[in-house]
Write a protein that binds this ligand. Structure first.
Ligand code: ADP
Ligand code: MG
Length: 500
C-alpha cells in the first residue's frame, strides 16, 4: 500500500476509506451521572454508587464538569456546539451494564460537525471532517481470567463519562488513520479533557474500513453519496497507534482479496487480534433499531447558555495548530514545528528553553538533532528526561555565543545527563571554553606541523588532507579550539588557498 492508500490488486487498483469512532474518557473527578470517583487502578467495586450499579429508583444527575469538558473538546475540534442536546437510553443486555441500558446521546448530540487537521510524515497537512461528539456512560468490566469457572464484574468504570467522537470517512491510509488519532490525542491533552492514555483504555478507537474501485472516493466527496464507497467493516477497540495501522492494512487487504475472488463484504463488527496481527469476525453489525433508543425520561434535555460556551471558548489554551503556526513565524520549518507541538510536554519543554534565553531555531535543532535521540535511546519521555529545559537552554546559548564548540556541547550534554549540574559552572570548572585565542591555536598548529613533516609534503598535492590536520589540532586542544580559527591558521601555515 502506498501513502495515498491505493492497493494494487489482481484486477486493478483499489482505494481504502476509513472513518473512526473514538471513545475518550472525560477527565473529571466524578462520573457522568453520579458522584463516585473515576480514579484509575482502585480496588474493584470500590467506586460504585447506587446509580452506577443500576439500582431501581435512583435518579441520574448530570455532572456539570463533564458537560464543560465535552464543550471544550468540541471547540478544540472546531466544531459546532449544540445548545440543546438530548440524552437517550440505548438498550442492550450485557452483564457489565447493570441498568440494562446505557445513557447516551443519539439524535441530538452535544457537538456537531467539525474538522481536525492531521500532519503527515511528508510535511503535508490534510483535513479530516468530524461528524459529531456525544456524551455517554462507560460500562463496567467483566473479568474472565480470575477464576476457572466464574466471571467477575468490576463496576468502577460503570458510569464514567465518555466522549464518543465520530469522524467522517475522510481517511485514506493506515498512516492517515494513525495520524488522526495522534492529533486527536494531542488536542485533548492540550485541552486537559482526556489524558489520552491508550494503554489504560482512556482512549479507544473503533476503525471502520472499506475499499472501493479507484475514483470512488472522489465521487463520494463530490456528491456525498455513500453508494460510491464499499461496504465497511468496523474493527473494535484498537488500543494503540501501531495496532490501528496494522488493523487497517490487514482489513483492507482482506476485503480486496474477497472482492477480487467474486465475494461480497458483509457489514460486520470485527476484532483485532494483536498477537496474530489480523482481524476476526465478532458479530454481524447491529442496527440502530436493535437498541430501541428513546429519550431518557429521567433527564431533561441539556440546554446550554451561549454565554457560558463563550466563556469556555475564551479559556481555551493555545492548541497544536496555532502553536505550530507561531513556531513557524519564529523561523522553524513546518516539519520541525509539527514535531515540537505533537505532544504538549514537548512544546512546553521547548518553550521553557526559549523563555530562559535560547534562540528559537538553535533550540529546535538541538532538541530534534541531539536531545530527542538521546531520550529515544533511553526510552524516556521528555518529562522524565534527566536534563531540565533550563540546562539544555544554557548549552544552546553557549554554542550560539561561541563560548563552547558544537563538539564540546555534546560532551557537556553527556556530563549533565549523567551527573546533573549547571552547564555553565561545568564549563568553567572543567575548562571547556572554546579556545578562540589565536596564539594558543597557532601553537597547537605549529606543533602538529613540526611533528608530521611527511604529511606536510603530502597535503600540497592532496589538499583534502587538511581535514586530518584539523583533527590533530582539535585533539591537541581537547576539542576546544574554534574550528574556523583552526582552519584559517592551518591554511595560512601550510600555504593552502583560502577556498576549498
Ligand atoms: P454506526 O453508528 O452504525 O457505527 P455511523 O454511520 O455512525 O454508523 O458510522 C460510523 C463510522 O463509520 C463513521 O466514522 C463513518 O465515517 C464510518 N463510515 C461510514 N461509512 C463508511 C465506509 N463506507 N467506509 C469507511 N468508513 C465508513
Ligand atoms: Mg458505531
Amino acid at each position: 500500500m502506498n501513502s495515498a492508500g491505493t492497493i494494487k490488486g489482481q484486477t486493478g487498483d483499489w482505494e481504502i476509506v476509513i472513518g473512526m469512532e473514538v471513545h475518550a474518557q472525560v477527565l473529571s473527578d466524578a462520573k457522568l451521572f453520579s458522584g463516585a470517583s473515576t480514579a484509575f487502578g482502585a480496588e474493584p467495586n470500590s467506586q460504585v454508587s447506587f446509580i452506577d450499579a443500576g439500582m431501581p429508583g435512583m435518579l441520574p444527575v448530570i455532572n456539570r464538569r463533564c458537560v464543560e469538558q465535552a464543550v471544550r473538546t468540541g471547540l478544540g475540534l472546531n466544531a459546532k456546539i449544540n445548545l440543546t442536546s438530548v440524552f437517550d437510553r440505548k438498550n442492550y443486555f450485557y452483564p457489565d451494564l447493570p441498568a440494562g441500558y446505557q445513557i447516551s446521546q443519539y439524535k441530538s448530540p452535544i457537538v456537531g460537525e467539525g474538522e481536525v487537521l492531521i500532519d503527515l510524515a511528508d510535511g503535508t497537512t490534510i483535513p479530516v471532517g468530524i461528524e459529531r461528539l456525544h456524551l455517554e456512560q462507560d460500562a463496567g468490566k467483566s473479568l474472565h481470567d480470575q477464576h476457572p469457572d466464574h466471571s467477575y464484574l468490576d463496576l468502577n468504570r460503570a458510569g464514567v463519562a465518555l466522549m464518543e467522537i465520530v469522524t467522517k470517512p475522510h481517511m485514506r491510509s493506515s498512516e492517515q488513520a494513525a495520524a488522526f488519532l495522534r492529533k486527536l490525542r494531542a488536542i485533548v491533552r492540550y485541552l486537559g479533557t482526556c489524558d489520552g492514555n491508550m494503554d489504560e483504555g482512556s482512549m479507544r478507537a473503533d476503525v471502520n474500513v472499506s475499499v472501493c474501485r479507484a475514483g470512488g472516493y472522489d465521487k463520494f466527496r463530490a456528491t456525498g453519496a455513500f453508494e460510491h464507497l464499499g461496504t465497511r467493516c468496523e474493527v473494535k477497540n484498537v488500543n494503540s497507534l501501531r495496532f490501528i495501522a496494522q488493523a487497517v492494512e490487514y482489513e483492507a487487504r482482506r476485503q480486496v482479496d474477497i472482492l477480487e475472488t467474486g465475494g461480497t463484504i458483509r457489514q460486520e463488527t470485527r476484532l483485532f487480534d494483536a498477537k496474530a496481527g489480523e482481524t476476526r469476525s465478532m458479530r454481524s453489525k447491529e442496527e440502530a433499531h436493535d437498541y430501541r433508543y428513546f429519550p431518557d425520561p429521567d433527564l431533561l434535555p441539556l440546554v446550554l447558555d451561549a454565554a457560558w460556551v463563550g466563556e469556555i471558548r475564551k479559556s481555551l489554551p493555545e492548541l497544536p495548530d496555532e502553536k505550530k503556526a507561531r513556531f513557524v513565524t519564529l523561523g522553524l520549518s513546518a516539519y520541525d514545528a509539527s514535531v515540537l507541538v505533537a505532544e504538549r510536554d514537548t512544546a512546553d519543554y521547548y518553550e521553557a528553553m526559549l523563555a530562559s534565553g535560547a534562540e528559537a531555531k538553535a533550540a529546535a535543532n538541538w532538541l530534534n538533532n541531539e536531545y530527542f535521540g538521546r531520550l529515544n535511546k533511553a526510552g524516556l519521555a521528555i518529562a522524565d528526561g534527566p536534563i531540565p529545559a533550563k540546562a539544555n537552554s544554557a548549552i544552546v546559548q553557549m554554542v550560539s555565543s561561541n563560548l563552547i564548540s558544537g563538539k564540546i556541547a555534546k560532551d557537556l550534554c553527556d556530563i549533565v545527563w549523567n551527573e546533573g549540574g549547571d552547564p555553565r559552572e561545568i564549563v568553567e570548572a572543567r575548562g571547556l571554553r572554546q579556545v578562540t585565542d589565536t596564539g594558543a591555536i597557532e601553537k597547537a598548529v605549529d606543533a602538529v606541523i613540526a611533528a608530521n613533516p611527511d604529511k606536510v609534503e603530502e597535503v600540497k598535492a592532496k589538499p583534502k588532507l587538511a581535514a586530518w590536520f584539523v583533527g590533530q589540532v582539535m585533539k591537541q586542544t581537547g576539542g576546544k579550539a574554534n574550528p574556523q580559527a583552526v582552519n584559517a591558521i592551518l591554511k595560512s601555515r601550510l600555504g593552502l588557498p583560502e577556498e576549498g
